[in-house]
Design a protein around this ligand. Sequence first.
Ligand SMILES: [Zn+2]
Length: 375
Amino acid sequence: MSGDARMPGADPVALAQALIRCASVTPADDGALDVVQRALEARGFTCWRLPFNEVDNLFARRGTTAPHLCFAGHTDVVPPGAAAWSHPPFAAEIQDGILYGRGAQDMKGAIAAFIAAIPDSNPGSLSLLITGDEEGPSVDGTKRVLEWMEAKGHIPDICVVGEPTSKVVLGDTIKIGRRGSMNAWITVHGRQGHSAYPQKADNPVHRLLAALAELTATPLDDGSEWFEASTLQVTGIQVDNAATNVIPAEARAFLNIRFNERHHSAALTEHLRAVLTRHAPQHELRVVVSGESFLTQPGPFVDALVRATRATTGVTPKLDTGGGTSDARFITRLCPVAELGGVGSTMHQVDERVPLAELHALTTLYAGIIKELLA
Ligand SMILES: [Zn+2]
């Protein structure tokens, strides 16, 4: 599988193909982490396999001193879907200089590129945190591995996540933050009754609507230097009542909140509870936080990423905080983190693919980053 005589497996294309040929739809691994482990051990890394429940993960490190640069990524992929692919999703076929397969962009291609970019030796420490649970519930993946790293003293100084952040051309976007996301399920209790005698009932629909009206009337904020305004969206209202002359006993609503670094989920939960208490004292509120927001303030670390990107691609990256959540939300707790990877134009789509030229260019970009950050 080697295209490089100097070091077995240093060819990002062969490595990406080997990874894509593992049908690692979350939480299955299908040998993907073995491919990573073999390639890293050949480069002198010590590897730890870290299975938690049905998810397998890997941490690898070469060097014991500072500075410690960590590359984070995931070998799991989303399902191929029902639509027909022009090339089978796990065959890793190449046609006209383009590699097809699930994970080509998100993000087996980036893992292959980073491994291929690893120099023969490095000052400080180089490590890789590769999880098999990023596209799934993200419970037994990066979060658990970080706890293990903390306990074992493998805390990085800086971390680059290889998510496909580039929009049009390689290197055009670096993500330095992500919004947080939380979901809320609200149940308002009232008293059932005849709609002709509302004074004898307590209408939970009216109470719920009043609370939702207040929650949606005032914006949570007007954005910040790096983020758009936080948003609160009512995603569903449910009243189990087919009768036209009955005031129901219960009304439910569902909310999704995407929030910037001016908020924390705990304070937002309190805000929801306070508004609900005002309009509907008899309520239940259930909140599930997908992730807090994070922001890595531009400074020497981000500057170094920008410099390396410009030097290797000729593109000046834009710093961005858009999109959904990623595992960087967990890593930010330990060290400054930013995300930089290939173009995400076909990720999660049918016929996911990456041009071989981009894989090679991403390898050069990652080599530049390693050099810049571990100098
Ligand atoms: Zn991804």
